[in-house]
Ligand binder design. Sequence first.
Ligand code: BGC
Length: 755
Amino acid sequence: MDIKNLISQMTLEEMASLCSGADFWHTKAVERLGIPQMMVSDGPHGLRKQDLSSDNFNQSIKAVCFPAACALACSFDKDLIFRLGEALGNECQAEDVGVILGPGANIKRSPLCGRNFEYFSEDPYLASNIAASHIKGVQSRNVGTSLKHFLANNQENRRMSVSAQISERALHEIYLAAFETAVKEAQPWTVMCSYNKVNGVYSSENPWSLTEILREKWGFGGFVVSDWGAVSDRVKGLPAGLDLEMPSSGGVNDARLVEAVKVGQLPEEALDLACERILTIVERYLSGRDESAVWDKDADHELSAEISAQCMVLLKNQDRILPLDKGRKIAFIGKFAETPRYQGGGSSHINSFKVTDALSASEKYTKVGYAQGYRTDEDVTDQALLDEAVELAAQSEIAVVFAGLTDLFESEGFDRTHMGIPSCQNELIERICDVQPNTVVVLHNGSPVEMPWLSRVKAVLECYLGGQAVGEAQCRILFGEESPSGKLAETFPKKLSDNPSFLNFPGEGDLVEYNEGIFVGYRYYDYKDMDVLFPFGFGLSYTTFEYSDLRVNADSFSPDEGLEVRLTVKNTGDMAGREAVQLYVSDCKSSVIRPVKELKGFEKIYLEPGQSREVVFRLDRRSFTFYSEKIHDWFAESGDFQILIGSSSRDIRLSRTVTMVSQEALPFRADPNTTMGDILDNEKARPHIQKLIDDYISAMNMESDMSELGEATKLMMEAQLRDNPLHVMVSFSGGKVTHEDIAQICQAINQEFSD
Ligand code: BGC
């Protein structure tokens, strides 16, 4: 396809028309020029392709539902997620879908966001790296992805109009960072802008996010598509960087584009560029089509089970109650054992071709009893169901309760109002604990939940939303065919009010202020030294791992050299297992407030009993920098850093201090209003002020006074001296320090920084 030539042959109307969808799921064709349509489909954890024999655009074909993003991230496994992507790409090839709409990389800011199940993590490094693997996997099959929802779609409440008010630093360190690696490393074919506004500007018409950041800073080369219906002002959006409007606005917005070009409000080149970007992807789709692709649904179902099992997080396992002893009398209790909740509601909903529940999957292992226990259509206790379940639990030796959030509690379109699971389920678990000391809870949810019964149950297996093969995966873990190896991709706080966004979620009216800044998730709980229910990165195993021999390639390094870190992990238990090894970096002393530690590397390894493996991490400049609003960029500050190797964020097994030597300096300007403290804290500026301080102390005859003062008074005076702006020295010294002295000092300091 000679794209430039094609564009030169298109009329203005054809160009404007190409920039919006033909219908809900297709780009437009330009038949006279031989440009075909391209189909896009949701995503992201399965193929939600519209059944074209149906008029209902929500009626999708039978497909395979993989675990949702909330579960996938817990694998901490890039290779596994790549394999998921490959399978999705293959499914798209078989169904002639050009772009699958996902993955979603938004940060899980609050446990309440209704769409958290579609998002990976509270941590941008994990979210972006998992998203990158997902994208690379899909695109390895020559099918595009649409990384979404760019930017800061962290709640459902007023998602189409709310403005997320976020500081520059938090945007870069948290919310943009969640997308950045995925864009830079995996180059998604498309990016989907979000519905909401960021700092007052709709994401669909924000030149800063869509052009300056995405294209100019990160080198994004695909097209930007609007979330469905996210276009507010199409004429503003196009030059800002929004190429394709979805779905179709029936020609209304196309006509506005044409008019804007005609009256000189919109340069025609902006339209050329958007068409070029769209056609580049259409061309990529055409040339990558694989008509021989076959969709083996059973194979993908098996992959879904494999992935699901590797994402499950064992949160508690007292007395090693798990794996279940098949020789004992076991009861499965709870509707989710028979009808699991394995995916969330909304645009990601997959029409699964089959679903395996734990109850039928258990037949392969042993015979279990079953009682439904609770209803899922409303949160009321059904006394008959409850009594039946309690009786069964009492007659059994182990009760496994399948619980969690129902679709009424969590979905696209609305946020949760609290962090609890349905009260009828909490009541059921408590009543079962009254009669059965060996109670295990198996959870289905897309985001953290409170566990009021935690101390009374022996084990908790967090499955998140595990996809259509969830029952098989659960039984593999419960009956010990496989050791659990998922780790939490988010903190479970003890209660909702502990969460850093609590006071500002979901905001007031159309404004939500992200006042917690960079302190999202564990960054906050760690800084506050707060007890949590389960920390980020936590997950138990049936085996044990020993960490040893932490080595670095240099004790001192420059930001450009970065650092190589190695360690050895050994499986010291008696069962094969996987371990997600985590690397955190902690800045020992910084000129700005920083999180106690931040995830900068993770590796999932498989080890047979007794086997050891070396794990290698390569840390680059970015692993050590912070975003400085002074330079509007990442800044590498010299100093000591701790390399922390953990089995979770709160189980650090090895550590080592290294030194980064950086030549970088932040700009500094002194004027009479600059405080003494700011100057004293700056290594280059400090020498220029020393004489002034000495003169001041002697002019004030303070040397002798100081020695007679008590410690507290000294402290107070020193603190006051630090807080004084330079000009105050004139009056405090009774004019002995002059305005001219101060002007000279400022000049000398400023000279130093301009050199
Ligand atoms: C959702 C997107 C989805 C699109 C198409 C929107 O409402 O926010 O995630 O891809 O619909 O279904």
